[in-house]
Design a protein around this ligand. Structure first.
Ligand code: ZN
Ligand code: ZN
Length: 607
């Protein structure tokens, strides 16, 4: 029966966001302690509020929660009382003891204690067992001190093994996530092995709040969101400058690598989506538009349309690799409830490209792409981690061809020197893929972009071919490639990573000239002109604010350089740059300063 107990689906640690899923796959070694803390919290709540009904209490990323049905709403004071009561239980070092009860006895036990949610779980398990034609499962419980819970474990040995913890918040949560069922109160807590880890976790949470890109977007005047177009950013001049700088850097890289840029329509007829398979598998995520009794969709991806350019004439083997880049406008119909700032949007643009190669060119092209990844991420001082996803069980195409493609890709990953891990069977159903992830300044992992080597979907569904050396028609390989991924998401991640202090080369405003008094305003504008002559993005603060205020404002706006001008500087036509971190640099002539800043921008060095 032990095997069966492990199959029970209650209290399985659910995980939060898609990002968290990336790192949480294997389960965390702290999970038994986190889940044990949930039991101790339930004990405390039952003790303080007799008659509480229990939902579930799993371990989650960084901590735990438990759902309660309580006679009254919880307040912050209550959390402090619960914490204090939990500390007593930890100090008492109660042992966790597992007991297995026969099915009927177990059900009766929880029914007598007026725990209808636990009874419901047991009834569901029994029904599932009947459906599978197996015996009703025995009831596994864990007991510590005065508290007993329906639970499959595992737990730590005793409550004394629970490390430093803190209760974080209370939120409403529908039983089983179903809005037709009762709303329970969910208490979130965090627990760690050491006080230092707890402190670090709390600091990171605070810091993450401060760095939230939705908040910084407003504070730095980068972008805003409005109900008039949910899930789509309204880009303000500064945010759009950042966006264009990132796109410009990628366009430079693409030009050096021999890409050609194309543009295809955002509004596409249903027929094309039927051919690509999106109509069957992806229609719910597409925005549909009727015109003249025909159905069109706003495109959710560029792939199918790129094939029109490829097929516009007969392609010779000599033309390959053919690299077609497109900054197409994409829409995906995400539910309004899941939209979140720039990281979960309906409207976005990616640095997309489709590269058509001969099969024997796959290796060289992957090598080139790995160099693109390395270069692009170096502009931000980021070292990406790659994840190699191999053939899933349900895949299109010949397994032998998959195996060959994967072998070539893996060899190039090895050679690239970039960090990578293999995730078996995690490829797309039509292509093995390399996902790009970065870890930000707070240690959070974000997936940004993906590279897929497609030998089936575009080549076969759209009947692509080229003429080889012998005049024979051959199928090309289509590599779908993005390096940043969506600009929206990438900028959201960068904003949080840099806390708005973007590298100099892409900062929306690179320098602010600060005249000390009104009589310096004219020279300030002159200096700004010299800098603009070298394409430095500069503003002049000729407001009536005092100098210290002007400097503080520029620092709050994370402007890389402040150039203070007083009598002496105006006289000598110099400026003494002060960095946003507060470093005072020696005075330097205007022309020399302009040349230096232009060079710094062109180098795209991270700060
Ligand atoms: Zn448990
Ligand atoms: Zn594609």
């Amino acid at each position: 029966m032990v095997e069966q107990a492990q199959e029970l689906d209650f209290e399985a640690p659910p995980r939060g966001s898609a990002e968290e899923l990336l790192s949480a796959e294997a389960g965390d070694p702290l999970d038994p302690m986190r889940h044990s803390a949930a039991h101790v919290m339930a004990e405390a709540v039952m003790d303080i509020f007799p008659g509480t009904r229990l939902g579930i209490g799993p371990a989650i990323e960084g901590g735990f929660y438990y759902d309660f049905e309580l006679p009254q709403p919880l307040t912050p004071d209550d959390l402090a009382r619960i914490e204090a009561r939990m500390s007593e239980s930890v100090a008492a070092d109660h042992e966790f003891v597992r007991r297995v009860l026969p099915p009927d006895e177990g059900r009766a036990f929880f029914e007598q204690r007026d725990q209808p949610y636990k009874v419901e779980i047991l009834d569901d398990l029994r029904r599932a067992a009947e459906g599978a034609d197996t015996d009703p499962p025995e009831v596994s419980t864990y007991e510590h001190g005065p508290f007993i819970d329906l639970c499959r474990g595992p737990h730590v040995e005793s409550t004394g093994r629970i490390g430093p913890f803190k209760l974080m918040s209370v939120a409403g949560a529908y039983w089983r996530g179903d809005e037709k069922r009762p709303m329970l109160q969910r208490i979130y807590g965090t627990v760690w092995s050491t006080q230092a880890e707890l402190d670090q976790y709390l600091w990171r949470r605070e810091e993450a709040k401060k760095r939230d890109h939705r908040r910084l977007g407003v504070q730095l005047d980068l972008f805003s969101f409005h109900d008039a177009s949910p899930g789509a950013a309204f880009w303000h001049p500064k945010g759009w400058t950042l966006y264009r700088e990132l796109r410009g850097a990628m366009r430079d890289l693409q030009a050096r690598r021999g890409y050609q840029e194309i543009y295809t329509p955002p509004l596409v007829h249903q027929k094309l989506w039927e051919q690509s398979g999106h109509w069957e598998h992806y229609r719910e995520n597409m925005f549909l538009i009727e015109a003249e009794q025909q159905t069109f969709s706003l495109k959710p991806m560029n792939c199918p349309e790129s094939t029109f350019i490829y097929r516009s004439r007969v392609r010779s083997y000599r033309e390959l690799p053919l690299r077609l880049a497109e900054y197409g406008i994409l829409h995906r119909n995400e539910l309004s409830g899941v939209l979140s700032g720039l990281t979960r949007v309906r409207h976005f643009v990616t640095d997309d490209a489709h590269i058509f190669v001969r099969p024997e060119q796959i290796g060289a092209e992957i090598a080139g792409l790995m160099a693109e990844v390395r270069e692009a991420y170096s502009w931000f001082g980021l070292e990406p981690t790659l994840t190699f996803g191999t053939r899933p069980d349900k895949a299109l195409g010949d397994p032998q061809v998959w195996a060959e493609t994967e072998a070539v890709m893996r060899a190039e990953l090895e050679r690239s020197g970039l960090r990578y891990r293999v995730r078996a069977k995690d490829g797309a159903f039509y292509a093995p893929k390399i996902d790009i992830q970065i870890e930000d300044a707070l240690g959070r992992e974000w997936q940004t972009a993906t590279i897929q080597v497609d030998r089936v979907m575009l080549p076969e569904r759209f009947d692509l071919w080229y003429v080889d050396e012998n005049g024979q028609q051959q199928r090309p390989v289509a590599i779908h490639r993005a390096i940043y991924g969506s600009f929206e998401r990438f900028i959201g991640v960068l904003t949080e990573h840099f806390a708005g202090a973007f590298p100099f080369w892409c900062s929306p405003v690179q320098a602010v000239v600060v005249p000390i008094a009104d009589r310096h305003n004219e020279a300030a504008n002159e200096l700004a002109g010299v800098l603009r002559g070298r394409d430095v993005r500069v503003e002049v603060d000729d407001s009536s604010n005092r100098m210290q205020n002007k400097i503080r404002l520029a620092q709050e706006q994370k402007v890389p350089y402040m150039l203070v001008l007083g009598d002496r500087e105006v006289e000598a036509r110099t400026a003494a740059p002060r960095t946003r971190s507060g470093e005072q640099q020696p005075a330097i002539g205007w022309d020399e300063l302009a040349a230096r800043l232009a060079e710094e921008a062109a180098s795209r060095r991270p700060d």
